[in-house]
Design a binder for this molecule. Structure first.
Ligand code: ADP
Ligand code: MG
Length: 268
C-alpha cells in the first residue's frame, strides 16, 4: 500500500543507545525516509557532532551552516536551520556541525541545560510534521539527555551480537532519571534489532534474548546486515532510494510500516 496512517499528532521519537556503531544513525535516516515515502512529513534532528545523519540525508553541514548548536546553545529558532533533505519530498533535516562537539561542555553552566531542546521544539510548529526523529551521539551526556527530555518516545536500536544487552541497564537507568525529574511522558516505545546475520546461531539467540526481555516493544522486523545499507550514506542517500529492492531497503520499509501502524493503534 502507498500511504500509511499518519499519527493524530506529531510523534517525537529519540533514537538512542550510548554504544557507538549499533545503527542509530542508519536507522534514523532510513526509517525517516520510509515514513516520508509513505505520506508522512518527517523531520530528522541530528544531535551527533559527527553529522552522519546530515551527510546521509544529503544536507550540507560545514562549519558556516547554522546547525542545532545555534538552536540549543544560542536559543535560535528551528526555522533558522531546518532544510529539505536531498531527493525526497516531505523529509527535512536540522543539521549538526562540528561546533556541536563543544556543546557538552558549553551546556554545563547554562540554565535549564537539560531542557533546551524541548523548549526549542515547543516554540516550533512541530504540528506541520507527523514525525520528528532525533539521532543521538554515542554517549549519555547532555545532548542525549536533551533528546530524552524533548521526546515522548525512545527507540533503542540493538545490534544483534554477543554484547547486545550490555550497557542497556545504564541507558534504562538514565531514562528513569529523566522520567522522574525532567520528562514524565517519556516511554521506551520501540526496540529495533539491527545488523542481523541470519547465517549465525548467535544472532537468533540474541534476538530471542532481547525479545524475552522487552516483549512486544521489539519490532517483528529485524534489519539484516547488508552492504547496500552501509554504502548508501556516501551517496547522500537512504538505502531506500539508493537500492530500493535490496534487503536493507525492504527491511527498513517494513520496520517503519510497523511503527506507523503501532502508533495509529495506540494513538501514541
Ligand atoms: P551509530 O549511529 O549507532 O554509531 P551507524 O548507524 O553509524 O551506528 O552504523 C555503524 C556502521 O555500521 C556504519 O558504518 C553503518 O554504515 C554500518 N551499518 C549500519 N547498519 C548496517 C546494516 N544493516 N548492514 C551493514 N552495515 C550497517
Ligand atoms: Mg550515529
Amino acid at each position: 500500500e502507498k500511504e500509511w496512517p499518519r499519527p493524530p499528532k506529531c510523534r517525537i521519537i529519540t533514537i538512542a543507545n550510548q554504544k557507538g556503531g549499533v545503527g542509530k544513525t542508519t536507522s534514523t535516516v532510513n526509517l525517516a525516509a520510509a515514513l516520508a515515502m509513505h505520506g508522512s512529513r518527517v523531520l530528522v534532528i541530528d544531535l551527533d557532532p559527527q553529522g552522519n545523519a546530515s551527510t546521509a540525508l544529503g544536507v550540507e553541514h560545514h562549519a558556516d551552516i547554522p546547525s542545532v548548536y545555534h538552536v540549543i546553545l544560542e536559543g535560535g529558532p528551528f526555522e533558522d536551520i531546518v532544510v529539505p533533505a536531498e531527493g525526497l519530498s516531505n523529509l527535512y533535516c536540522a543539521p549538526a556541525t562540528l561546533h556541536l562537539a563543544g556543546a557538552e561542555v558549553d551546556l554545563v553552566p547554562m540554565v535549564a541545560r537539560e531542557s533546551r531542546l524541548r523548549r526549542a521544539l515547543e516554540a516550533y510548529d512541530t504540528g506541520k510534521f507527523d514525525y520528528v526523529l532525533i539521532d543521538c551521539p554515542p554517549s549519555l551526556g547532555l545532548l542525549t539527555v536533551n533528546a530524552l527530555t524533548g521526546a515522548e518516545e525512545l527507540l533503542i536500536p540493538i545490534q544483534t551480537e554477543y554484547y547486545a544487552l550490555e550497557g542497556l541497564t545504564q541507558l534504562l537507568h538514565t531514562v528513569d532519571l529523566v522520567r522522574q525529574h525532567l520528562n514524565p511522558n517519556l516511554a521506551v516505545s520501540t526496540i529495533l534489532l539491527t545488523m542481523y546475520d541470519a547465517r549465525t546461531r548467535l544472532a537468533a539467540q540474541v534476538a530471542d534474548e532481547v525479545r524475552s526481555h522487552f516483549g512486544d516493544l521489539v519490532l517483528s522486523t529485524v534489519i539484516p546486515r547488508s552492504v547496500r545499507v552501509s554504502e548508501a550514506p556516501s551517496y547522500g542517500e537512504s538505502v531506500l532510494t539508493y537500492d530500493p529492492s535490496s534487503s536493507g531497503a525492504l527491511a527498513y520499509t517494513e520496520a517503519a510500516r510497523e511503527m506507523a501502524y503501532r502508533g495509529a493503534e495506540t494513538g501514541a
